[in-house]
Ligand binder design. Structure first.
Ligand code: NAP
Length: 256
């Protein structure tokens, strides 16, 4: 028996990286999974790779989480095709890093739109179903960058905003059987961090080695590290935990 048998989990930005790792873990543990990502064919391809168990299924849904109409259509499609919605992981993300004096209004709006507005729109669309069935789990992906990170004024503000959003929804939705928590990952080896290495003109392996050195556990995180924490927070055994942000970062946020 899996922890998520007969549950439907929706993970945004899950065609690759942390989202795909998380979708994989939900599928392994019995859930039917909807991979929501910008590109429908990439989402469908990723869904086809998930290790779904007998009786469960997986679909890929193309949607832009920063667009209200797209989000409402995506959530309704999941409910129709998979028979409901029980878990929402707001993971979709982008970076548009620059020092403040070089950061454009577009860089600001795009990052806020995907991370913060995206989490708002997706949660609003899902909560209607969650409230009706008096059951729901939401995990929002924040970041250690919420604590401040040079060159990431937009991303840091969005990721800090996600923590306030999470606390508030913990208060509002708790009485309806809905748990809302956040995870703040440290450095996780994905295409997002590989792109940062490229931007800094650094070799990917060297960039990972330096980031591993920087934290107390002396390794970089992998998508499976975040997946383990997300699935814990979405499991029924964690139903007394809400409004929290869990740092999954090898201890780097502890300082030295
Ligand atoms: P990733 O490999 O870049 O994957 C992000 C996914 O989100 C991509 O598939 C991307 O699609 C999708 N996406 C972007 N904009 C979207 C939109 N408007 N609607 C729907 N999907 C969209 O990133 P990751 O490293 O796995 O990061 C996942 C989450 O963890 C993000 O929220 C990120 O900020 C957070 N995080 C990551 C790290 C890290 O070290 N990697 C650390 C802390 C927090 P396209 O490819 O089509 O753009």
């Amino acid at each position: 028996m899996g922890r998520f048998d007969r549950r439907v989990a929706v993970i945004t930005g899950a065609a690759r990286g942390i989202g795909f790792g998380t979708a994989t873990r939900f599928a392994e543990e019995g859930a039917s999974v909807a991979i929501v990502d910008l590109d429908e064919s990439a989402a469908a391809e990723a869904a086809a790779k998930l290790p779904v168990v007998d009786g469960a299924s997986a679909i890929g849904v193309g949607a832009d989480v920063s667009n209200a109409a797209s989000v409402v259509a995506a959530v309704e499609r999941v409910v129709t095709e998979l028979g409901g919605i029980h878990v929402l992981v707001n993971n979709a993300g982008i970076t548009r890093d620059n020092l403040l004096f070089k950061m454009t209004e577009d860089d600001w709006d795009l990052v806020m739109g995907v991370h913060l507005k995206g989490a708002f729109l997706m949660t609003k669309a899902a909560q209607r179903h969650f409230v009706e069935q008096k059951y729901g789990k939401v995990v929002n992906i924040s970041s250690i960058s919420a604590l401040g990170n040079r060159g990431q004024a937009n991303y840091s503000a969005a990721k800090a905003g996600i923590q306030g959003f999470t606390r508030t929804l913990g208060i509002e939705l708790g009485p309806f059987g809905i748990n809302v928590n956040a995870i703040a990952p440290g450095f996780i080896a994905t295409e997002m961090t590989d792109a940062t290495a490229a931007r800094l003109k650094m070799d990917v392996e060297e960039f990972r080695r330096l980031n591993a050195e920087a934290n107390p556990v002396k390794r970089v995180g992998m998508p499976a590290d975040i997946a383990a924490a997300v699935t814990f927070l979405c499991a029924d055994e964690a139903s007394y935990i809400t409004g929290q942000t869990l740092f999954v970062d090898g201890g780097i946020s502890l300082g030295t």
